[in-house]
Design a binder for this molecule. Structure first.
Ligand SMILES: CCCCCCCCCCCCCC(=O)SCCNC(=O)CCNC(=O)[C@H](O)C(C)(C)COP(=O)(O)OP(=O)(O)OC[C@H]1O[C@@H](n2cnc3c(N)ncnc32)[C@H](O)[C@@H]1OP(=O)(O)O
Length: 222
């Protein structure tokens, strides 16, 4: 049976601004703690070489936790993960937790630290860098009352290995807008060393490009 299609109104002014008023929010609740615990598990699994017995024991414990949470499963519009703008990492454990420090209408600065879970080999994995840039640049592109736009391209230059367990600074800047096109640039620094930079294009969605989520569309919900 075909499930009804949910249409998210991209122009809904009730959606939260992806930055304000959440800079440096001191959020410490149970859900945020759950995601933090998940990050700890990701790091611990990556760093360990357990015996088969311990691996099996931990796998059982993790599956028990997953079963417990499945009792509370909701659809993607209703889930919390990825929507907690005010906490580093937005309540999602995929990307490194990005701490936002300053925001203007056209610039953002922040900090990020990665561990071995996000390591390539003794340095940040090359796939993780675009995750960081996409988060900060997309949030800036879609903030300050600008209607929602999607990433059209994101070009990343890797200038130096990004060290692990070390605070890196991230900056983002809206360079300009031409019609529906917003051009942004980002940089990742370790101290004075430029580790990576990126430039990207976000294209403002047309009214007919409202995000249609067909719940039974292939791959849409799993
Ligand atoms: C509570 C909080 C809720 C949070 C939920 C968040 C949901 C948020 C949901 C929303 C956020 C979701 C965020 C994500 O999903 S981001 C996920 C990754 N991105 C995508 O999935 C985007 C996929 N692509 C598209 O949807 C379309 O291609 C877009 C919309 C980007 C443009 O297709 P559209 O048909 O509209 O545009 P157009 O063809 O008329 O072109 C317009 C202009 O742009 C220029 N151009 C286009 N592409 C490129 C390119 N690659 N290089 C250079 N230029 C390019 C083009 O030449 C033209 O320029 P000009 O000729 O006018 O000068």
């Amino acid at each position: 049976m075909t499930e009804p299609t949910t249409t998210l109104d991209i122009w809904n002014p009730g959606w939260p601004d992806p930055f304000r008023p959440t800079v440096n929010a001191d959020t410490d609740d149970e859900y945020a703690d759950l995601v933090e615990a998940l990050r700890e598990v990701q790091e611990a699994v990556t760093r360990s070489r357990p015996t088969p017995e311990v691996a099996a024991e931990v796998a059982t414990a993790l599956r028990t936790a997953a079963r417990r949470l499945r009792t509370f499963e909701v659809d993607e519009d209703t889930q919390i993960a990825g929507k907690r703008w005010e906490i580093p990492g937005k309540g999602h454990a995929l990307a490194p937790a990005l701490h936002i420090d300053t925001v203007t209408d056209t610039t953002v600065t922040g900090r990020v630290t990665v561990g071995r879970f996000h390591s390539g080999r003794y340095a940040m994995n090359g796939g993780v860098t675009p995750l960081i840039f996409d988060e900060i640049l997309a949030r800036l592109a879609n903030s300050a009352g600008r209607p929602w736009g999607r990433t059209a391209y994101l070009n990343v230059n890797y200038r130096a290995p990004a060290p692990l367990h070390t605070e890196l600074t991230v900056t983002a800047e809206l360079l300009g807008q031409e019609g529906r096109k917003r051009f942004l640039r980002g940089a990742l620094h370790h101290g004075d060393v430029l580790v990576a930079d990126a430039e990207g294009l976000w294209v403002e969605l047309k009214p007919e490009q409202t995000l249609n989520i067909s719940k039974d569309a292939e791959g849409s919900d799993r």
